[in-house]
Design a protein around this ligand. Sequence first.
Ligand SMILES: CC(C)(COP(=O)(O)OP(=O)(O)OC[C@H]1O[C@@H](n2cnc3c(N)ncnc32)[C@H](O)[C@@H]1OP(=O)(O)O)[C@@H](O)C(=O)NCCC(=O)NCCS
Length: 308
Amino acid sequence: MIVVHDKAILVVGAEGSGKTFLSSKLSAKGVNAIDTDSVSGLSKWIDMKGNKVRFPVRPSQKWFKTHKFCIDEKKLRVLIKKRPVVVFALSHNIPEITEMFDEIYYLKVSIKTLDKRLRKRDGKAYSGIRQLEYVKKLDTVAKKKGFTILNGASEPEVLLSVITRHVNMESNITISEAKRSDSYGVTDLYYELYPKRQKGGIAKVGTPLLKSKTFVAREGNKVVGFLLATFTSYGKSRYGYIEELVVTKKARGKNIGSKLVKEALAWENELGAEVVHVTTDDAQGFYKKIGFRNSTENSWFLWTPKNP
Ligand SMILES: CC(C)(COP(=O)(O)OP(=O)(O)OC[C@H]1O[C@@H](n2cnc3c(N)ncnc32)[C@H](O)[C@@H]1OP(=O)(O)O)[C@@H](O)C(=O)NCCC(=O)NCCS
C-alpha cells in the first residue's frame, strides 16, 4: 500500500449524515480534520444573481430553491495547506472544489434515515430536510464525478478507517501541553480507560487542580515526623497520594505516624478525593491497621533516569 503523507481528503454528505460527529472523532485522534460549517466566514449564502445574502430566521423550502450555500474557494485552499487534512463539507459548489482534493468520499445516507436523525436532533424545531432537492442531486454528482461512496449508516469507526486508510497518522502525531479545547478528547479517552464509570462532567485539562501539603509532627520544638501528600483533580478523577511518611526511630510506636496520616486523610477528604493511594513494602501492616486495604487495581512500575 502506498502511504502518502500530504493528502487532502474531502468527505461530502448531507446535513444529518454525520459529518460533524466524524470530524470531531478524527480531531480527537489527532488528525487535522475540518468541518467546514464550523469555520466562521468560510461559507456564504448567495441569491440567484450571486449576491451574498443573510440566512433568514425561518427560511422556507422556496427560499432554499432560490439560494445557494457556497464555500469560499480561496479561503478553503489556504485552510487545507496543512496536510494531511480531512475536510467535511456540503455546499452547492462541491463540483468546483473537488480538484483541490486527492480523494473524495460521499457519505450516502437514505432520505428516510436523514429524516429520522434530524427529527431526533432538532426535536420540535424540525421542519423537514432543508435542502431536500440538493440532497437528491448529491447522488448524481457523486456518481458523475466518481466519488467513493460510503454507507453513512455504518459504524463511525469503520467509516473513519476507510476515510483515513491512506493517511499516515504517524506523520501527524505531535506531543504538546494540553489546551482547554482538548478537554473533550481527553474525556473520551477517560471513558476508554474506565468504561464502567458513570458518564458526566468534562475533563479540565487546561486547569487541573494539583495540590500538595506537608504535615509535620513535633515533640517540643523538634520535628519528629513528616508526611507529604498530594491531591490531583482534573474534572474527572479526584485522588490523593501519600508520597512520603517517616517518623524518627526514637519516636515510633507513639501513634505519631497514625496521627499524621489521619490529618492528611482529612485534608484529602475535604478536597473531595475519591481514593487515596500509597505504595509501601515495610509499612504494609501499619497502613492496614489504620484502615487501608490492598489494591486489586494496580501493580506499580518505576522508572529511573539511569538503568537499572
Ligand atoms: C511506618 C511509620 C511511619 C509508623 O510510624 P509510627 O508513629 O511508629 O506508627 P504508629 O505508632 O502510629 O503505629 C500505628 C500502628 O501500626 C503498627 N505499625 C507501625 N509500624 C508498622 C510496621 N512497619 N509494620 C506493621 N505494623 C506497624 C504499630 O504497631 C501500631 O499498632 P497498634 O495500634 O496495634 O499499636 C514508621 O515506622 C516509619 O517511619 N517507618 C519507616 C518509614 C516508612 O516505612 N514509611 C512509610 C512509607 S509510605
